[in-house]
Ligand binder design. Structure first.
Ligand SMILES: Cc1cc2nc3c(=O)[nH]c(=O)nc-3n(C[C@H](O)[C@H](O)[C@H](O)COP(=O)(O)OP(=O)(O)OC[C@H]3O[C@@H](n4cnc5c(N)ncnc54)[C@H](O)[C@@H]3O)c2cc1C
Length: 212
């Protein structure tokens, strides 16, 4: 990629299932585009889910554009790894133009097109689809700052398995998978949550994280 590259019809930021789904339709329309992904396909599912993670949406709904669920377990749920495999298979089978390890750092409107500055240089596109997800920044309840230092805190995105937690009881303070909740509401809920009696004795693992 360089500054003189041709102007693409579209650039998609993010290769989760939104970005891959958009890419599928752009390809079907014959539009020249690229999907820029800072990590690997399905990066947030690889790096922000715990080891024993299973989806909460059933198999029959976990279907990419153009596909149909034809398995024998429509009400079952995929593990993290099987969902990542589904995304990779979809991108490969449809020949989607995904550029992995390519983080977009800046988007500038210039002369009627967009310039995207990435970790591998700049490119231009007439349209940009931001499919970068809503889980890019961990946010803790404001009250977490006031917790004693012997309470171990981790974000939900950093949790992998119970064995990694220090001994003692575990208090799940808050975990959401919705974006755009205001910090003020967060604070109010956190105050309510922290008014519960704390478990006593030993250190407590507190999973306080969420994402904005
Ligand atoms: C614990 C948890 C469980 C969930 N379970 C389910 C479920 O069972 N079913 C369900 O439907 N939804 C579930 N969700 C919600 C799920 O996250 C969304 O449905 C889905 O991931 C959104 O897809 P997406 O493609 O919009 O975003 P993402 O999957 O987050 O993809 C965004 C992509 O953009 C990339 N990216 C971000 N910034 C940049 C950048 N600057 N440059 C380049 N690339 C970038 C990221 O690396 C990532 O790969 C869950 C969420 C959480 C937190």
């Amino acid at each position: 990629m360089n500054d003189n590259a041709d102007v693409l019809d579209a650039a998609v930021v993010g290769a989760g299932w939104a970005g891959l789904g958009v890419s599928y339709w752009l390809a079907r329309k014959g539009l020249r585009h690229t999907v820029l992904e800072r990590g690997h396909i399905g990066e947030t599912w690889r790096t922000q889910r715990w080891d024993a993670f299973h989806m909460n949406s059933p198999n029959v709904q976990t279907v990419m554009p153009g596909d149909r669920y034809e398995g024998k377990d429509p009400e079952g749920v995929l593990t993290r790894d099987r969902f990542v495999a589904l995304l990779e298979d979809f991108a490969g089978r449809n020949g989607l133009p995904v550029e992995t390890d390519t983080a977009v750092s800046e988007l500038v409107q210039e002369n009627g097109t967009y310039r995207l500055n990435t970790s591998h240089g700049a490119l231009r596109a007439r349209n940009v689809i931001l499919a970068s997800g809503n889980l890019n920044r961990a946010v803790r309840p404001v009250s977490s700052d006031a917790l004693p230092p012997d309470i171990h805190q981790i974000d939900a995105s950093g949790y992998r398995c119970a064995a990694d937690l220090p001994g003692g009881r575990c208090w799940l303070s808050e975990a959401v998978n919705q974006a755009r909740r205001s910090r003020r509401n967060w604070g109010k809920r956190a105050e309510r949550s922290s008014s519960r009696p704390a478990a006593s004795g030993g250190s407590q693992g507190v999973i306080a994280g969420a994402t904005s």
